[in-house]
Write a protein that binds this ligand. Sequence first.
Ligand code: G3I
Length: 305
Amino acid sequence: ASTLGAAATEKGRYFGAAVAANHLGESAYASTLNSEFNSVTPENEMKWDATERTRGTFTFGSADQVVNHAQSRGMKVRGHTLVWHSQLPSWVAGLGTADLRSAMNNHITQVMQHYKGKIHSWDVVNEAFQDGSSGARRSSPFQDKLGNGFIEEAFRTARAADPAAKLCYNDYNTDGVNAKSNAVYNLVRDFKSRGVPIDCVGFQSHFNSASPVPSDYQANLQRFADLGVDVQITELDVEGSGTAQANNYSNVVRACLAVSRCTGITVWGVTDKYSWRASGTPLLFDGNYAKKPAYGAVLTALGGS
Ligand code: G3I
């Protein structure tokens, strides 16, 4: 196979990219996306501030654009994200407990029902744990007002809204074995033991020279898979360039292929030109859509050429 998507398919995986609706009209952007990738994640368009900026008024225009683009080309779609402390409209933080509970459940239900049958996996809850050694929950309107049970409630609501979608917990700095990933691990283990619906864990995998791909990356993916959930690489990017960057990418792909329940990889953007890392070069295509060494390393690791 000569593209990322086709090579991944031969290994039983998908290979996706985060996509921004406002770039789809750029022909090089669209043609690179269309030829190389077979899954998309809307980069911002499904977040709460985009889909329910005003309480009870749902706006799906730009998210629909991304979903329609993908569906008409046979690409899968990851849903990102339903319950997150960031990109949250200020009205949410102003609600009292009972109101917040119903707003959270309504948001999950409305957004998931709108996309019912079109999303292979949803990031139901994103980034609910703190960095560092505490393993504690992060402060957020949901955590602070609804308490630890908000994650379970969100997943139960999500299962009811679209029973066919895989429901994921997604986070960063959980890529190796550490206090934060241990906290997520304990959450998933508890959910599985009590029958709380959860199907997958997303490992964002934002790497840079200060935090490269950890040596226990594969082992960490495997221990989650052993709990009975799929694992997905959901927002991969690696700061840097040249061989060092290529080697990090290659390590990620090889780790995923070595874990049978690692079902796919998504890179967090198509081109360096539009990466969220303002002046960075963390992706597989440069600002002119030329393939970087990292692209070749990924394709080779996937068994393509
Ligand atoms: O909404 C305004 C828009 O109205 C305006 O036209 C535009 C002009 O610059 O700014 C828009 O908001 C920006 C938004 O991206 C859409 O472009 C925000 O300022 C900017 O902060 C936002 O950044 C996004 C970031 O999440 C916000 O937290 C990045 O694009 C997106 O790549 C990034 O993605 C996150 C994942 O969702 C979760 N994991 C970490 C990852 C990287 O931070």
